[in-house]
Design a protein around this ligand. Sequence first.
Ligand SMILES: Cc1cc2nc3c(=O)[nH]c(=O)nc-3n(C[C@H](O)[C@H](O)[C@H](O)COP(=O)(O)O)c2cc1C
Length: 243
Amino acid sequence: MNHRPANEPAKKPFVVGTFLPSVGYHLLMRKPAPADYPVLDVVRERWSPVAFDPVKPVGREKLLACFEAARWAASSQNEQPWAFIAGDSTDAPETRDRVFELLYDGNKIWANTAPVLILSVMKRNFDKTGQPNPTAQHCVGMAVANFILQAVAEGLHTHQMGGFDRDRARVAFGIPDTHEPIAVIALGYDAPTETLDDEKLRGRNDNPERTRKKLTEFVFSGATNSWGEPSLLASPVPTVPEE
Ligand SMILES: Cc1cc2nc3c(=O)[nH]c(=O)nc-3n(C[C@H](O)[C@H](O)[C@H](O)COP(=O)(O)O)c2cc1C
């Protein structure tokens, strides 16, 4: 992937033919984030499609690379409080279908195209002390972020979902009370929007909007009694005019 300059304006998503050595010729929908400051290509290129190619398998090698990236995430006290229940339409179809069945209808209408569906799970307490781990969910998110960015580097896409039945997940997979289901991750190659039957979904997949809060809305100064006041660190260093 080429590095593009920051401040690239939002543009209509576009489909490009890309040759990835490991995948071959591949049609890739692009919606690069219009980042205000330069960031890694994998960050800009990640987005959440609702059109996946249901017949193009992810392949064990790429899936392993994604899990390996998750494995090397940082975590509080190196506790690694994450677990994943992994379904793949080629190699673990029953698990994939059981994860799919947990999804709410609004997700079922598109997620069935994804060849891989993974449920992330969090361990609540520290192994060593048995005490609650206050950052466990953060750590699962760290592992998932690594997974997702590795997926982008592999030419894959992901779409995470909080919209699923947690109680049924617990029963379906025998998740003990020591653990908590967190989110479902759809993984696969993106497919052209035209493959979607539903008009609303097509509009969603093609929507060029990539909006985020400004840094000044969430990087705060921490000054006394000034919650929400932007930090000067959220703005560029002012340039000193030359004499
Ligand atoms: C923890 C989490 C839960 C999410 N749950 C859903 C969901 O249930 N259904 C859905 O369609 N998208 C879901 N999303 C996707 C977000 O809507 C999406 O990431 C967000 O709108 C930003 O779009 P982008 O990922 O394309 O940048 C979820 C994302 C995260 C991180």
